[in-house]
Design a protein. Structure first.
Lengths: 514, 340
């Protein structure tokens, strides 16, 4: 491997102008990440004209900074306001917000920043060393593999959240149903669009999440008589304790690995990575019941994973010319405007761009970590703001943010509708998390399985005979049957006891005894 | 207790006020840029910024073309020409919006031919967009399609593919697109058994072909060209009357004996009834934009062929294309809406 281009890349990044663009990028990214609804895609679209006059490398360094900077910022609203800005941070909400309610918001944000830094950095190293290899394996993932992954994701949705299993399943089913809205991409048939062209492409993630989480929460809090207003105001420590760090060490490492691996897959990689990372931690945990009630691993794992995934999603763009998500599509456009064609030849034809962007991410991640330290202290104070002031401001910013995504007033109405749904769900004890996650995965599962069946000529055995999808289906079986097997095993062991105890009780005891 | 209740009420009121504020603010943006002084017949046009809407997300080819044009035309007219992305229904959302906008020249859009000549064959009549509902100001550029395969298949031409003698699985970029129509017509004229696998847009379609998940795919030249140059994809045919200058070695489908040539092309549109003086000024500005070196370079880099024609010619092209597409689909008994 020839290291000269990599070192030249550092030379490019360390030029003062490029460092400045990197700083500007991550700063903007972090700020827009904090504003609910306003995502990196909308921001980059707005800033695109500004990049016309800049050197291509500087422009892409700045835009990339906005993208991964937003991942850092997005955590802040997930933890403090229970408002996930992106599908990949929905999972963080559960334990992050629970921690904030316990006065541990600083610890949650601190561990998220550290996890994001480590996840991002591990992923950049992976990107530098493995990009071409990993890009090849991403191509082995066809529709059958995506269908299997999506199915695994939906199964894992049930492990997320703190409501009852049955309620999670009901919410997830509703999410799957909402995912079917829109013009069918296979036949052109209209499904649940009621002749409204605004619904032809289905519903976007942003209005659903902003409505269910953001507005729903605000409406619910208005009804509550603010008894809990000052509960979270006590923010004793801004930084995670040594014990927090020790507890989340493994979660961060595993989350980073999972994020890097799944983030490479264009289409759904980032969401799946945070979900899988969370589920893995919960399964490994000695006391899985802590999850959803403020377990620090429940923040560390998905945050490390989604940042690692954000970084590795550059691999398909830079090595194959495939944009993995809406933001990457914009980067693709930005490169085209600059007269650079992203594709397999990019690394040879424009090594300055390829390595300049990758190496700028090392610097950007360090900048973000440094900025996070004072920022956490400032943002945590949001919790001291009275809801009477905070709620309308949040509602306003959310609405504006949602509008910017598609420049659509219709999306604002959607937020209001889903806000009411979210309020009702919360009132009746349903968690919106499973619904949103199932919604995101629903489209993936449906279109991938239909594509698969077309490829197989209608023969469903293809799903299990292909090596990768077969393995994933085996994993699904394992995940689905594991609790049953464990129960059966415990019951058998229980038989030896003189008095067969009720089946639920011993399970609790054994887990708590550990 | 009363204190709590007042606070509660204040919060509710504040929340409601915020909602109202946001809604009116957004409504205001919309009418503010489209309404105004169109009644003068356009002699002093333009006096304020012109909004150019795009029916696709930022970053795609429709968006990039609109941005390149808005830059050149805005300079020529001396006003700002902000590009606003309103993705939805393959551009039909923007079409419907433009149709009802005030015909004063302050709302314009560059629209795609496929929306007028192909999509109507796949969606219900009420959703079909018609040429006569708009004033077509001027043509912009053409974007050709290429049929490509994964090198693993070893095919070099349509004949090779036919000789393979199996049911071909082909990727498309969705229902009612030029990619789908070109493929369907090719397989029908060549008598090859084939199943369409629709993907949601260009990127997943390209991914599937690169990973050999499908046998062949039809894509726009710009989407495929980098992978063709790198040898990761093998082009089988281009669907144009003559060879595409960016891929001079690739024979057309017609050269190979299959008369299939559907292209994507784009043109400037305004709402029906826009004053002639306004349209003349837009044409003049477009011509100035076309003439700049920067724009010419943009076309080349994005593999676009200029199609700088008067609006009336573009309109008759669109109508002719819709007719011939309808006739061909009927001839071969193909339906774009219900495949496999």
């Amino acid at each position: 491997m020839d290291f000269t281009p990599i070192i030249d890349g550092f030379g490019i990044v360390l030029q003062p102008t490029n460092l400045l663009y990197c700083l500007v990028g991550v700063l903007i990214g972090m700020l827009i990440g904090v504003l609910p609804g306003l995502g990196p895609a909308a921001t980059i679209a707005i800033l695109l004209p500004l990049t016309y006059g800049i050197e291509p490398v500087s422009a892409i360094i700045m835009l990339a900074g906005i993208f991964y900077g937003a991942q850092y910022g997005g955590t802040i609203t997930s933890v403090l306001l229970r408002l996930p800005g992106e599908a990949s941070s929905v999972v963080t909400v559960f334990d992050g917000f629970a921690m904030a309610k316990q006065g541990r918001a600083g610890a949650a944000l601190g561990i998220a920043a550290i996890g994001s830094f480590i996840g991002g950095t591990i992923s950049i190293i992976g990107l530098s060393v493995l990009a071409p290899v990993v890009a090849g394996y991403a191509l082995d993932f066809g529709p059958p593999e995506y269908a299997a992954l999506g199915l695994l994701g939906v199964l894992l949705v049930a492990t997320v959240g703190n409501g009852g299993k049955l309620k999670a399943v009901i919410a997830a089913a509703l999410g799957l149903l909402i995912a079917t809205v829109g013009r069918d991409t296979f036949t052109g048939a209209e499904r649940f669009t009621f002749g409204n062209l605004n619904l032809a492409d289905g519903i976007d993630f942003v209005p659903i999440a902003m409505g269910l989480f953001g507005l729903g929460e605000i409406l619910y809090n208005l009804e509550e008589n603010h008894k809990k207003v000052h509960a979270p105001a006590k923010v004793a420590r801004v930084w995670p304790t040594r014990q927090d760090l020790r507890e989340s060490k493994g979660a961060i490492a595993r989350g980073s690995g999972i994020g890097f691996g799944l983030g490479v897959l264009p289409g759904g990689g980032a969401v799946l990575s945070s979900l899988v990372a969370y589920a893995v931690e919960k399964r490994r945990a000695k006391q899985p019941e802590r999850f959803g009630r403020g377990a620090i691993e429940g923040v560390a794992a998905p945050e490390s994973a989604n940042n690692a995934a954000a970084t590795s999603s550059f691999i398909p763009l830079l090595t194959l010319g495939i944009p993995a998500n809406a933001t990457m599509a914009l980067m693709f456009g930005a490169l085209l405007i600059q007269g650079v064609q992203p594709g397999p030849q990019l690394v040879d034809q424009h090594p300055d761009i390829f390595w300049g962007v990758i190496n700028s991410m090392y610097i950007g991640n360090i900048l973000l970590l440094i900025m996070s330290i004072p920022m956490v202290g400032i943002f945590v104070r949001i919790l001291r703001v009275r809801p009477a002031i905070l709620a309308p401001i949040t509602a306003l910013i959310t609405m504006l943010g949602v509008y910017t995504v598609n420049n659509s007033v219709f999306d604002i109405y959607l937020v209001i509708v889903f806000g009411i749904v979210g309020y009702l769900m919360k009132k009746f004890g349903f968690d919106p998390g499973p619904m949103v996650l199932a919604f995101v995965l629903g489209t993936l599962i449906e279109s991938s399985s239909r594509q698969s069946l077309l490829i197989f000529g209608g023969d469903p055995t293809g799903f299990v005979t292909r090596p990768i999808s077969g393995t994933i289906f085996a994993a699904i079986l394992l995940v689905a049957l594991f609790p049953l097997l464990r129960k059966a095993f415990r019951m058998r062991r229980g038989d030896k006891q003189p008095e067969p105890a009720p089946e639920r009780l011993p399970e609790r005891e054994t887990t708590e005894a550990k | 207790m009363t204190n709590v209740r007042t606070r509660h009420r204040v919060a509710t009121a504040a929340g409601a006020a915020t909602l109202a504020l946001v809604l009116t603010a957004c409504g205001g943006v919309k009418t503010g840029s489209t309404g105004g002084d169109g009644a003068t017949g356009g002699s002093d046009y333009p006096t304020k910024s012109i909004q150019m809407t795009v029916g696709a997300s930022a970053g795609g080819s429709s968006d990039l073309i609109s941005r390149a044009m808005s830059k050149g035309m805005g300079q020529a007219l001396g006003v700002a020409m902000p590009v606003v992305n309103k993705p939805g229904a393959n551009g039909a959302l923007v079409a419907k919006e433009l149709q009802t906008a005030k015909p004063d020249g302050y709302s314009i859009a560059i629209q795609n031919a496929s929306l007028f000549a192909i999509t109507p064959l796949a969606v219900s009549a009420s959703e079909a967009v018609k040429v006569d509902d708009f004033d077509i100001v001027y043509g912009v550029s053409r974007d050709d399609y290429v049929l490509a395969t994964n090198p693993k298949t070893g095919w070099k031409s349509i004949a090779d593919m036919k000789a393979a003698g199996k049911t071909i699985r082909y990727g498309t970029t969705g229902v009612g697109t030029g990619a789908q129509l070109n493929s369907a017509l090719t397989f029908a004229t060549a008598g090859i058994k084939a199943t369409a696998v629709p993907f949601d847009g260009g990127a997943p379609n390209l991914t599937a072909l690169l990973g050999a998940q499908v046998d062949v795919s039809t894509m726009q030249v710009g989407e495929a060209i980098e992978n063709i140059k790198a040898g990761k994809l093998v082009p089988l045919a281009v669907f144009s009357a003559e060879r595409v200058p960016f891929l001079p070695d690739v024979p057309t489908a017609k050269e190979q004996g299959f008369d299939v040539q559907v292209s994507q092309y784009r043109f400037i549109t305004t709402p029906k009834g826009t004053p002639q003086a306004v349209k003349d000024k837009l044409v003049e500005a477009a011509k100035k934009a076309f003439a700049t070196e920067e724009y010419k370079k943009f076309n080349e880099e994005n593999n676009l062929t200029p199609l700088e024609l008067p609006g009336a010619e573009v309109a008759s092209m669109l109508k002719a294309d819709l007719e011939s597409n309808t006739a061909k689909l009927k001839q071969f008994g193909i339906s774009l809406a219900s495949n496999g």
